[in-house]
Design a protein around this ligand. Structure first.
Ligand SMILES: [Zn+2]
Length: 250
């Protein structure tokens, strides 16, 4: 394979949404901010069709039922999107961790709806992430939280996927995005009894061959884990205090 073509294929493993359906720019020289070359979450986000969850192989996969399988409401505002999915969703049998993504291309702000349409256009069931965090910190719903996602190949059956919009190979996440991300992670850690750590709050690159979520977000993950651990402990203390007060009132 010629070197220029090899460079292209290597670079094409860099991103998240595979937004323009590319890989048709063969021979393009690898440049970090090259919009045409950064296009491959397609490879990573393909649903694990037919695979059984690694940790729960004996459990029977069940179709997601919006009435019966509704997750606890978030304690932070989440904009409902009520997307229609092209295929029935499955209930995620286990939740052991959370995977952080970026959009890659396009850079800047991207809505959950735009991602949903892009993923539908690829013939997928619809948006593969459970949440999308916009530049102003707004959290939008993607897939229902209890449903199996399609965001990290081989890990969709026991993780939740969060997409922080932007291209963090070149941009930096906004303060509003980071604040919303941490609050959302605290909520998820609490409802799924997850302790924030390197094996439970991961970047997409930790599990698949991709640069996602970009260096400028990935290098913040250690601090984000520490913050989430502290905030989770504080919330638990608050709840314990309230419980004590309630007992005294009896
Ligand atoms: Zn990703």
């Amino acid at each position: 394979m010629p070197m220029s073509q090899m460079k292209f294929y290597i670079h094409a493993l860099v991103c998240c949404i595979c937004w323009l359906g590319v890989l048709t720019v063969a021979g393009a020289e690898a440049k970090p901010a090259d919009a045409a070359a950064v296009q491959t979450e397609a490879v990573q986000a393909i649903p694990d069709k037919g695979k059984l969850p690694s940790a729960s192989g004996k459990e029977e996969m069940r179709r997601y039922d919006p009435a019966a399988d509704r997750s606890p409401a978030e304690d932070i505002p989440v904009v409902e999107t009520n997307f229609s999915f092209a295929e029935p969703l499955l209930v995620r049998p286990d939740t052991k961790g959370i995977v952080i993504h970026h959009v890659g291309m396009p850079s800047g702000d991207t809505s959950a709806e735009a991602i949903h349409k892009a993923h539908l256009a690829k013939g997928w069931a619809g948006i593969g992430y459970h949440y999308v965090i916009r530049k102003d910190g707004t959290i939008e719903r993607g897939r229902p939280l209890a449903a199996v996602g399609a965001h990290a190949q081989g890990h969709n059956f026991d993780t939740v996927g969060i997409n922080v919009t932007g291209n963090f190979d070149t941009e930096r996440p906004t303060a509003e995005q980071l604040a919303s991300l941490e609050r959302l992670l605290v909520f998820l850690c609490r409802i799924y009894d997850i302790e924030a750590g390197v094996t439970t709050i991961e970047g997409h690159r930790d599990m698949n061959a991709t640069d996602c979520p970009g260096d400028n977000l990935y290098r913040l993950l250690p601090q984000i884990r520490r913050d989430v651990k502290v905030q989770t402990a504080e919330k638990e203390l608050e709840d314990a205090d309230i419980w004590e007060l309630l007992k005294k009132d009896r």
